[in-house]
Write a protein that binds this ligand. Structure first.
Ligand SMILES: C[S@@+](CC[C@H](N)C(=O)[O-])C[C@H]1O[C@@H](n2cnc3c(N)ncnc32)[C@H](O)[C@@H]1O
Ligand code: SF4
Length: 307
């Protein structure tokens, strides 16, 4: 646990890379799920913090940083689980303190999006909860079950559609290499089913939405780390990772060719930084992957990778 002036944090905190410059507010601690690859809840007992304490932190931030805050991210691994009224109360309170606030964001597990009604999500969106970071990880149900994601492809589709309906921006992550090195069939299904998931959620309009691939890391303390030590799980090579990503991109076929899906695989865990708009840049991305497969010297070295 650590204290930063007037604002409380329970370390280590989890936030998306794109929220690095946002005001971080500890609304929840840890996560209610325990996915095999994730270290979000290893050292923390899950809780939704007392709302009066969260408001005190917002007051503290206003004193420390003034009223010019543009973005707030409500920690921690799955703050969407916060009961509707509490989430609404802190969001509304944040906007009363910071008149230039453009958005509040949260991490969200698909099941916890589904548990909120369309009206509740729309009310949150209207109040300023404008972006949700959702861990899809895969569209392949057998793999989702295997890593104890506690959500299936159909849950991800339902959750994404509910966010779009409420006008909350979707930023979803998938994990390259999640099935491990020894089963090419699983890798192919992971890539094909994940592309099918993304094709299925493609909105009919030209709003911006985000899909990112991370590459699997196996942090100590996780279930996957145990499996690796017992010789039951082997990580993919960089070449296998790129081939898997290539199959994913090849299978992207949006019903709406004008869709604006910002695709990224430029996280620190990735071997090759890629950025583009799907489906417009599909060919360019495939060429980049082909090039990297022939010139492995351009890939990020193993020791520079991280979460
Ligand atoms: C802190 S989690 C929060 C996501 C949200 N709780 C959910 O499950 O929908 C953020 C994302 O980081 C990615 N991630 C977590 N651990 C990872 C690992 N060991 N290797 C690669 N990516 C990982 C996953 O995509 C995960 O959904
Ligand atoms: S991936 Fe998300 S739901 Fe799973 S343990 Fe991590 S934070 Fe929780």
């Amino acid at each position: 646990m650590s204290d930063n002036g007037d604002i409380y944090y329970c370390s280590p905190v989890f936030r998306p890379p794109s929220e690095a410059n946002s005001l971080l507010i500890q609304l929840t601690e840890g996560c209610t799920y325990k996915c095999d690859f994730c270290m979000s809840n290893l050292r923390k007992q899950f809780k939704v913090r007392d709302i009066s304490k969260v408001k005190q932190d917002l007051d503290g931030a206003r004193k420390q940083y003034g009223n010019n805050i543009r973005r707030i991210f409500f920690l921690d691994g799955n703050a969407m689980i916060t009961p509707f009224k509490k989430l609404l109360e802190v969001t509304q309170y944040a906007y009363t303190l910071f008149p230039h606030l453009e958005r509040c964001g949260v991490y969200a597990h698909s099941k916890d999006i589904i548990k909120k009604t369309d009206d509740q999500l729309k009310t949150l969106s209207d109040a300023g909860l404008k972006i949700a970071y959702v861990g899809f990880e895969s569209g392949y149900n057998a793999l989702l079950k295997n890593v104890h994601k506690h959500a299936l492809k159909e849950d991800h589709i339902k959750a994404a559609k509910k966010l779009f309906k409420a006008n909350i921006t979707l930023s979803a992550t998938l994990i390259n290499g999640l099935g491990g090195a020894n089963n090419p069939e699983i890798s192919e299904k992971h890539a094909v089913e994940s592309a099918d998931l993304i094709n299925n959620i493609c909105p009919e309009d030209d709003r911006i939405w985000y899909i990112a691939f991370l590459s699997l890391m196996v942090p100590p303390g996780t279930e996957m780390f145990k499996r690796k030590q017992e010789g039951m799980f082997e990580e993919m090579s960089s070449e296998q990772i790129l081939r898997e990503l290539k199959i994913f991109i090849e299978n992207i076929d949006f019903p709406n060719k004008k869709a604006k899906c910002v695709f990224r695989s430029n996280h620190a865990s990735n071997y090759l930084p890629i950025k583009g708009i799907l489906e417009k840049d599909k060919q360019k991305i495939l060429e980049t992957l082909e090039y990297a497969l022939l010139h492995k010297e351009i890939l990020r070295p193993e020791f520079y990778r991280g979460l």
